[in-house]
Design a binder for this molecule. Structure first.
Ligand code: 6PG
Length: 245
């Protein structure tokens, strides 16, 4: 599936478009399948989108009771930690919405990467259709680090580590908290849609190398995200798209 690359003047414009895209996708999917499976990304870029979800018209227009939340990655910290992607999303919008507790599946990061990844895989498998080994997400949200990492799949992390797994423990060398749990390309590429949201000048080189550079998925891990049949959308603000030529 060829990537649909969209460039916006600024982060707000990009976040508003993402919010409208998701609201429409939820409506269509609930009519067809009755449940919407979404994986949220962490980091700072999706915060404006999450803020929008805590406001009208999204609070009232979206049927939050039938949305199931996962995270595309997580830091191995407690659920109360400000470094927790789960905590960030709960505080910014989810806890203000009628989302059933049983529809919120966080990574149990406090258990440590290996144990948390195993527990997360068990939960993910529960959402696979019978006889299937991979749940099909309606949407996976992802970001991009300055080094080209996405979710918690870092440059140089061996491709084999992720094969046939749904979630694995990884380590971020440069930053603390370093222990992470991430969804794998194997799982992400089965999704019906994947949206990258990338903002800021600092990301321009990683964006160029990932989308326009040589094929080098080991060192540019976002190149590993190529949905089999699902949509692939890259939402960039003009600063992040600066080196795309
Ligand atoms: C995380 C993220 C990570 C993030 C990128 C971009 O847990 O940190 O999921 O993959 O998307 O690091 O982060 P920013 O949006 O903060 O630049």
């Amino acid at each position: 599936m060829k990537a649909d690359i969209q460039v916006y003047e600024n982060l707000f414009g990009m976040s508003k478009t993402a919010a409208d895209w998701i609201a429409h996708s939820v409506e269509c999917t609930l009519n067809a399948r009755g449940q919407y499976l979404i994986a949220l990304s962490g980091g700072s870029t999706p915060l404006e989108l999450y803020q929008l979800f805590s406001e009208d018209p999204y609070t009232s227009d979206i049927d939050w009771t039938r949305i199931v939340f996962f995270w595309s990655d997580e830091r191995c910290v407690s659920s109360e930690s400000p470094d927790s992607n789960y905590h960030q999303a709960m505080m910014t919008f989810i806890e203000q919405l009628p989302v059933p507790l049983g529809h919120i599946h966080r990574v149990l990061g406090e258990r440590g990467a290996q144990a948390a990844a195993l527990a997360y895989e068990e939960t993910l498998l529960r959402y696979a259709d019978s006889g299937q080994s991979i749940p099909v997400f309606d949407l996976v949200l992802l970001g991009l680090g300055e080094d080209g990492h996405t979710a918690s799949i870092f440059p140089g992390s061996p491709l084999a580590t992720f094969e046939n797994k749904l979630a694995v423990g990884t380590q971020m060398i440069a930053e603390t908290p370093s222990e992470r749990v991430t969804m794998t390309p194997h799982l992400i590429n089965a999704a019906r849609a994947v949206i990258f949201m990338v903002s800021g000048e600092k990301k321009a080189e990683a964006v160029r190398a990932t989308l326009k550079g040589q094929s080098d998925p080991l060192n540019w891990p976002a190149q590993r995200i190529t949905p089999q049949s699902g949509e692939l959308i890259w939402m960039l603000d003009s600063a992040a798209a600066r080196a795309m030529g």
